[in-house]
Design a protein around this ligand. Structure first.
Ligand SMILES: [Zn+2]
Length: 343
């Protein structure tokens, strides 16, 4: 059963998007953009100083994007960005500052950005930074309540990725069951005005499986949260070799070996990426409780953001466009399917 409301979008670097990107997106049915780069100076805000030119430009860009007809999903700062405010993580003052920041973002952008994701994947230690799991849940609740208190009309949620919880299979998933703890903290609180359950997963790249994994993942996640599900990130890397069983067993990280531990259909290539995208979207659209999905990401990166190396496949080959901005097979397939559905 397909709903006409299904939101399909991409994660993109907001400041680098040009008119050509917008028309390419529209041609392929991409109507939604998710981003968190508002060039928002948290320290200045907390200290009562004005925002800089970057924030003004980013704000103008937000209005432009709405004018272009895109639906926007905003991401609020996470604990890593909060380090800039120099308050003790987890302290009363820290949460108070976060409350004010989220209220400000909701008030400033609420007219243009209807959908919000508070922080990003706090079940992952990299993003949780200095907060523990209990503090992370409190952080997320603070952000959700702050935004909904000033703009009850906004759709506000969070995202997690360590689900199903399989300690040892995915980096950061331990016996502490980080994903489940965060999910139960948020969705188990009936007083919390959370609108949707955001879910990120990369079966075939960062964890075992492929598009077919989405059936159980999404059905079980919906059952766990009791909320409509928004796939905030999914994707398939189109480059990188596959680790040998010995390499995989040794615990090598993809940045170290420049190979993937997991794969779908035997390889990380442009052809498999295209098929992965097509098959995943078919499954998402077949589930009425799935609100939409955001493909990660729009364009290949020149360097891996984790290890900073240009030749590392871990974070350089997720794009629908290559590093030069040329459409990859995944983009062409998406566009063909969109045009066929519009006929
Ligand atoms: Zn890397």
């Amino acid at each position: 059963m397909e709903t006409t409301e299904f939101m399909f979008g991409v994660a993109a670097q907001l400041p680098s998007l040009e008119a050509r990107d917008f028309s390419l997106m529209k041609d392929a049915g991409i109507g939604c953009l998710r981003f968190g780069d508002f060039k928002f100076d948290l320290a200045a805000f907390v200290q009562g100083r004005p925002q800089g030119e970057g924030f003004r430009q980013a704000s103008a860009r937000v209005r432009d994007l709405c004018g272009e007809g895109f639906r926007l999903i905003g991401i609020t700062p996470g604990p890593r960005e909060m380090a800039a405010v120099s308050l003790e993580p987890g302290s009363h003052e820290y949460y108070q500052a976060y409350d004010r920041i989220c209220r400000f973002l909701a008030e400033t952008f609420g007219e243009w950005i209807q959908w919000w994701q508070v922080a990003n994947e706090l079940d992952i230690w990299i993003f949780r930074d200095q907060l523990d799991l209990v503090q992370s849940v409190k952080f997320l609740k603070t952000g959700i309540r702050a935004m909904k208190s000033v703009r009850p009309d906004l759709k506000v949620g969070i995202n997690i990725t360590l689900f199903p919880s399989l300690p040892g299979e995915v980096d950061g998933n331990t016996d502490a069951h980080e994903g489940l703890v965060v999910a139960e903290g948020i969705y188990g609180d009936p007083t919390l005005p959370v609108d949707y359950a955001g879910f990120d997963s990369y079966p075939g790249s960062w964890r075992e499986g492929g598009p077919e994994s989405w059936h159980a993942y999404l059905d079980d996640f919906h059952a766990l949260t009791g909320k409509p599900v928004l796939v905030q990130e999914f994707g398939y890397a189109s480059a990188g070799g596959i680790m040998s069983p010995e390499e995989a067993a040794s615990g090598l990280y993809p940045c170290e070996s420049k190979k993937w531990k997991f794969h779908w259909r035997g390889e990380h290539s442009e052809a498999v990426q295209a098929a992965y995208l097509q098959e995943s979207l078919r499954i998402f659209r077949g589930k009425p409780f799935v609100l939409g999905a955001i493909y990660y990401n729009w364009r290949d990166a020149k360097r891996c953001w984790q290890c900073k190396k240009p030749d590392c496949p871990a974070e350089t080959a997720w794009g629908l466009l290559d590093q030069e901005g040329q459409p990859k097979l995944s983009y062409e397939t998406l566009k063909k399917d969109f045009m066929r559905s519009a006929e």
